[in-house]
Structure formats: C-alpha cells, structure tokens
Design a protein around this ligand. Structure first.
Ligand code: SPV
Ligand code: MG
Length: 543
C-alpha cells in the first residue's frame, strides 16, 4: 500500500468533511499542498484548460498522465484524478488504473457518460449517460486491475446533470456500489444544494459521497458537514484565480509598457525558485560536484586583439569572434559551466565593452597592447587577492583556446598543486607554422604506461624538436593550496621589466625553478588554438 493511497483512504473514509483543491500542473499542485490541503483534484476541466483545449477529451489521456506525473513528483499528498469516462470501455479503464498506480496517483474518478464526454456544465441535459451494465464493467475491470488494495475508484453519477432525477441517481449509485466502487461523486448543476442533499439523505452511508459545489457555492460549508458528505472538491478555483491574475497583469503591461505598477503585486522570481526547489539543487551540487570545490574559479585571458584575424577583429577581440553562432568565449564558458564551475573572471583589453557575456566578472588589462599573458594573469590575480577565497581549484585558460569538455575531467583528477594538459599531437602546430608552447616532461606519452605520474621539466617556444614531448594546450589548474604560491610568484615575475611581454610558459618554468612540481596529463588533440582564419573554419567543425 503506498502512502498516498492510504492517505486518500483516510480522507475518503474518515468521519470529518475533507476538502480537495484543484491542481492542473506541478506548481499549482505544490501551491495546494503548501496551503494546507490534504489532497488534490486533478480536474478534467482545468487540466484541459491549462493545455488550452476544451474539456472534451481533446487532450489525450497520456498527455494527462504526463502532467499527473509532474504533479505527483512535486507533492506528498494524494491526487484524485478526474478520469472523465475512463477514456473508453472496461479495457481502457484497466490500462488507466495500471498507469495511474505506476505514476503515484492515489485514486481515480470515472463518470457514467460516453467517450468523448463534455463538461457537465455545458448543455448537461443533452448529455448521454452510459448503460448501467456497461459502466459497471468499467468499474469491475478497474478494481480487478489495481495492484494496491488501497487505490480508490470513485464513480460519478451524472443522473442529475442529464435531468433524470433522484430515482435514477440512486439506482445507478447502488449498481456502482455492487460493482465495487469505493465512493460516489454526486454531481449537480443547480445553484442550490437541493439535489445533492436529497441524494445524501436517501443514500445515507452506503458508500462515502463526494461533492463538487461549483454552482451551489453559496451553501454554508456546515450544511455539507452536517449532511455527512465525505469530501468537498473545490474543482476549478486555482486556475480561475490564476486566470484573473494573468489577465490583469497582461492587460496592465500592454497598456503601460512598464513593469513598475505590477512589480509589487506579483510573486518575485525568488518565489518561483523556491517553489521549484532550486535550493535543494544547489545543496546537491555541493554534495555531488565536490571535486572542484565551491570556490573553484576560472581566469580566462582574453585581452589581445588577434590581429591575424584581420577584419574579423576590427570591432571586437578574438575571444568574441563567433563560431557556430557563439563567440569563442561562450564555448569556453559552456565547457566550464558543464563541469559545474560558474565563477569566471575574464581579463579584457582590446575593445573591452564588446566582451560582455552575462554572469561573469571582468578585469581590465589597460596595457594589453604591449604586455603579455603573464601581466594579464597578474591583473586578474590582484583583483582576486582582495576577496581572499582560495577554497577551490583555480583554472587558467586562454580566450582563444577551445576544447572538448572532457579535458576538464582529466585535468581535475590529479591532486597536485599545478596541473597542465599537454597535447602529444604537437607536430600539428609545426605544420600550421604558429608559435607553440612546447614542453619536455619526465616521460613521453605511452599507452602502456598511461597510469604513470609525469611531470614537466621545461616549457617554451624554442625547445628543439628532438626534445619536445608535446604542446601545452594553455590550460593550467592550480589547487587551493597552490593558489597563494601562484599569486606570490606571478606578482614577483610581473614586477620584472623584462617580463612585460612574457607568455605563460615563463610562469611554468619559474614554478619548476622554485622547486614546485607541475603535473602533466597527456591528451591527443581535442582542443584548438584559434589564431588564423583557417583556425576559425576548423573551429566550426571542431564544435
Ligand atoms: C472537473 O473539474 O473537470 C469536473 C467537475 O469534472 S465539473 O467541471 O463541474 O464537471
Ligand atoms: Mg471533469
């Protein structure tokens, strides 16, 4: 027995009058639960309306099922589905019951009409009722299909709606009772409760009775309580409240073309996040993505123009040149975001205002035109020094180097204080004729010895061909412990006038010179340094 079916049984069979509130999607279901309701009515009228279609089985039953799953996932109280006619005959009802149980729905209500039905308040007396025997076969098949004994099938008597009177209503209710129904929903379209009270008086307590007081809403609730009804369903009120609010808001915005007069009257965006449970995801990210630590940061060095790209960088720096509809910087940021790293600082220089992607920090290197990467890094580190948050890894990346996401996984793994990624396909860069940061390491790349820990011995553009073990792809990871070391060393190096135009391999060599170990992880390709128009074309197919 699931908890929700048991909860619904208690509402149905308890002595008190209980209430269900209509809900039509995940968020309205959650709102109903938070307000204090002990159960939800997934009404056909409002479920169809939220899809923008009529309550005439225009939405398929599986579309209803999909929405029910979101509602059940969002809440811990039972849901009674308004299952219309059961969407067909006995066979459709059995399948429906099985599927509802699978999706955590506690109960279903089926009404004694024919598929496709229409809403009871639209020409009710023209509506055709099902044959009693045929309807009973739907109930029996549904009851036989349920796996959980506590799952409830409520049967809805439409005799009053169709204008057939009390005798027919009682006759039908009795037949449905015998067929195995767990409760009777007696419906009426009158504005007074006469019909439902008459029914309840005759019916007494043979089965619990549910009502939908949409039309006879003026009736004091104590009248229902005293008559002994089991459940009153407020069947459409959340949707109606939402409609009025949405119409007011939309109308005001069309008229005023300004948000000021509505802002204080509508829920803040933070309320949407709260209802969605955004904070739970943030907690989970901390639990499941611990690797890079909450303080993981990225510095992207993107100050230079990239004059070799000609007109493409006349109005923006290289990092903002688009490849496949997104600037290079956007591709780089996406790779970090995908690894759960969102704290990103970009060092700008050339045309800084054009480097303006959202959700990151910017630092300027005003001397970008005659300084190198080392000085740009110094600018970023100085700005970071102020916030003192060295509690996660630091990644240093170039604004013109794009790479496959997995590169971040391989560089994240080693726990050394300094880790770089080295491409063993370094011959490629010789062919392209561009400057490259070659490296010599403690061992060459070997498939057989892939688990071996390899460290950097030297980095630079002038390492002779015979001593090159690969090309540094420009990615450096520094551990939380290594970050203060890095900051001190970069500040020291940046203060030396000869280092004004220094590239970052100067830093790697200085680290080794001071006795720090720089761990190397090898890769074969899977990154691209965008230096020329040919590279731009290559980048298109690379992404
Ligand atoms: C619904 O809410 O879809 C109902 C109740 O079936 S009524 O609209 O009153 O028919
Ligand atoms: Mg309905």
């Amino acid at each position: 027995m699931s908890d929700k079916t048991a909860q619904f049984r208690r509402l149905l069979e308890g002595d008190e009058l209980e209430f269900l509130i209509e809900a039509h999607n995940g968020i309205s279901a959650k709102i109903g639960e938070e307000a204090g309701f002990k159960g939800l009515w997934a009404g056909g009228l409002c479920m169809s309306a939220q899809y923008g279609v009529r309550d005439s089985n225009e939405a398929s039953w599986t579309q209803v099922l999909e929405m029910l799953e979101f509602m059940a996932d969002a809440t811990s109280i039972p849901i009674l589905l308004d299952g219309d006619t059961g969407y067909g005959n006995f066979n459709n009802v059995r399948r429906l019951v099985g599927k509802l149980e699978q999706r955590g729905i506690a109960a279903v209500c089926i009404e004694d009409k024919l598929y496709p039905k229409t809403n009871s308040f639209i020409d009710g007396n023209k509506q055709q009722l099902a044959e009693i025997d045929e309807f009973c076969s739907r109930i029996k098949a549904g009851k036989d299909a349920q796996a959980d004994d506590a799952f409830a099938i409520i049967t809805r008597v439409e005799a009053f709606i169709a204008g057939w009177g009390l005798g027919e209503a009682l006759r039908r209710a009795e037949a449905y009772h015998e067929a195995g129904s767990d409760g009777i929903l007696i419906h009426s379209a009158l504005i007074t409760p006469g019909e439902i009270l008459a029914f309840k008086q005759e019916w007494a307590d043979r089965l619990p009775v549910l009502i939908v007081p949409t039309k006879y809403y003026a009736t004091p609730t104590d009248v229902f309580r005293e008559a002994g009804f089991s459940i009153a369903i407020w069947a459409n009120h959340l949707l109606r409240a939402a409609l009025t609010a949405m119409q007011d808001c939309a109308g005001t915005l069309v008229r005023e073309q300004n948000l000021l007069s509505i802002e204080d009257d509508i829920a803040p965006v933070a309320e949407i996040f709260r209802l969605q449970g955004a904070s739970e995801l943030q907690d989970a990210e901390e639990r499941y993505l611990p690797r890079k630590g909450p303080g993981a940061r990225v510095i992207i060095l993107a100050a230079s123009r990239g004059a070799a790209l000609g007109d493409l960088t006349a109005n923006r720096p290289k990092t903002m040149v688009e490849v496949r509809g997104q600037p290079l910087l956007g591709h780089i940021v996406s790779a970090y975001n995908a690894a759960g790293i969102k704290n990103i600082t970009v060092v700008r220089g050339y045309l800084p205002d054009t480097v303006n992607l959202p959700a990151m920090d910017y630092v300027e290197n005003p001397d970008y035109a005659d300084t190198g990467e080392l000085l740009s890094l110094a600018c970023a580190l100085e700005s970071h020094a102020e916030d003192g948050s060295d509690d996660g890894d630091l990644y240093v990346s170039f604004g013109d180097v794009i790479f496959k996401h997995y590169i971040l996984d391989i560089v994240a793994e080693p726990e050394d204080n300094f880790v770089i990624v080295v491409d063993t396909d370094w011959q490629e860069s010789v062919n392209l004729g561009r400057a490259a940061d070659y490296v010599t390491c403690t061992a060459t790349h070997s498939r057989r010895d892939f688990y071996r820990e390899i460290y950097l011995e030297e980095a630079g553009e002038t390492i002779p061909e015979g001593q090159r073990h690969g090309e540094w792809m420009g990615l450096l990871k520094v551990s939380a412990e290594g970050r203060p070391v890095l900051r001190t060393l970069v500040a020291e190096l940046a203060a030396v006038p000869e280092n004004r135009r220094a590239k970052l391999h100067t830093l790697l060599d200085a680290l080794i010179g001071r006795g720090h170990r720089v761990r190397v992880v090898y890769t074969t390709g899977h990154w691209l340094d965008v230096d020329s128009l040919d590279d731009i074309l290559a980048a298109g197919s690379f992404m």
